[in-house]
Write a protein that binds this ligand. Structure first.
Ligand SMILES: Cc1ncc(COP(=O)(O)O)c(C=O)c1O
Length: 370
């Protein structure tokens, strides 16, 4: 008789997160030579902040030592930036660590997690992993934008955590300050709002919310930031959370010792000072995003406005077919659902290659949906 699985009940049907395909895997699978354009994981095509690179080179000499388990200097730097205490800062090995720890620390089976449909996949996975009930609000404006009014209607005393990404992934859209302020006025005091601001550096609109104003007003809100995007540190895993001391303490209680490694701490601190690289990345992104959008004009696709480094492209073709066909010519994108793809800004030559082949595929007879 086969042994009974040792997995906890909620994990028996759990399907882990599927990451964007690495370049070398695509090269092997398709026998490709030459440059491969990875436009699938919203990384920075300009590479890594030079200040962070220099700091990492120096730090690597010290990796025979354990990292500072308290990440004191890193947390202090973040605390100074937001004018909070060090107890209000959690130093994370990437922001997904915080999302997972929020589940471990705060979710009992049956608690309710509130999120939107079509948002960052990890929120739903956290709910599933910790046997929470997931409430999802529908999106508005063609089904691409958070509907905070509809979300507020799903709030009640059972909601323990609300996960919000602003701007959101994969659609790239955002909600405004007035929409968010109205939403916060309806959130019960005990509920934790996790405000995931992964793409903050790329936003150009003046109407973005100010989550820290709600924190300063005493609300249970936690800001989540990552170094994976604009400063090009996705591979080292670094991020942080800023929030009320009891919430940060909850995360601290559940983390692994030495959760953020020594090189990542050095990189993150240096990247925070690299205004020049952030500015350069922001300008580059704005230009290339406009170039991609312009190149899609006239095609039978829908592309909602984006405040990020990627575009969500709703097509009438099979997303898996588009994904596979583009991989054959060395362009990796992200298929989303049945008929959409997400493509991030790359170097100009990569964006051009994507546009030429995407147009060809969209105008061809292939990839018809049943
Ligand atoms: C909204 C959002 N939050 C968090 C992350 C993950 O960031 P990290 O690399 O810091 O775990 C991503 C990455 O794609 C994201 O899109």
């Amino acid at each position: 008789m086969p042994l009974k699985s040792l997995l906890r009940e909620p994990l028996l049907k759990f399907k882990p997160y599927v990451a964007g395909k690495p370049i070398e895997e695509v090269r092997r699978e398709y026998g490709l030579e030459g440059r491969i354009a990875k436009l699938a994981s919203n990384e920075n095509p300009l590479g890594t902040s030079p200040l962070a690179l220099a700091a990492m080179r120096k730090a690597i000499e010290e990796v025979y030592l354990y990292p500072d388990d308290n990440a004191y200097y890193y947390r202090k730097k973040v605390a100074e930036r937001y004018d909070v205490e060090i107890e209000n800062v959690f130093a994370a090995s990437g922001s997904v660590e915080v999302l997972e720890l929020a589940g471990i620390a705060f979710i009992d089976p049956g608690d309710v997690i509130l999120a939107s449909e079509k948002t960052f996949a990890i929120y739903a996975l956290v709910a599933q992993k910790f046997a929470a009930t997931l409430r999802l609000s529908k999106m508005t404006d063609g089904g691409y934008r958070y509907d905070l009014k509809a979300m507020a209607e799903l709030l009640d005393d059972k909601v323990k955590i609300v996960f919000l990404a602003n701007p959101t992934n994969p659609t790239g859209t955002w909600f405004t300050k007035s929409e968010f302020d109205a939403f916060m006025a309806k959130v019960p005091e005990h509920t934790l709002v996790v405000y995931d601001s992964a793409y903050e550096e790329y936003t150009t609109t003046p109407d973005m919310p100010d989550p820290m104003a709600h924190y300063r007003a005493g609300r249970r809100i936690m800001l989540l930031r990552t170094f994976s995007k604009a400063v090009g540190l996705a591979g080292i895993r670094a991020g942080y959370a800023v929030g009320p001391a009891d919430i940060i303490h909850g995360l601290m209680t559940c983390r692994f010792p030495f959760n953020i490694n020594l090189v990542a701490q050095a990189a993150a601190m240096a990247a925070m000072d690299d205004r020049e690289f952030i500015e350069k990345s922001r300008e580059f992104n704005a230009r290339e995003l406009a170039f991609l959008r312009e190149g899609l004009k006239g095609l039978p696709v829908t592309t909602p406005p984006s405040q990020t480094n990627f575009l969500f492209i709703d097509t009438q073709k099979d997303a898996q077919w588009l994904f596979a066909e583009l991989q054959k010519i060395g362009v990796i994108v992200r298929p989303i659902g049945q008929k959409a793809i997400r493509v991030n800004t790359g170097l100009r030559e990569d964006n051009e290659k994507f546009l030429v082949h995407f147009k060809r595929l969209i105008e061809s007879d292939g990839g018809r949906l049943p």
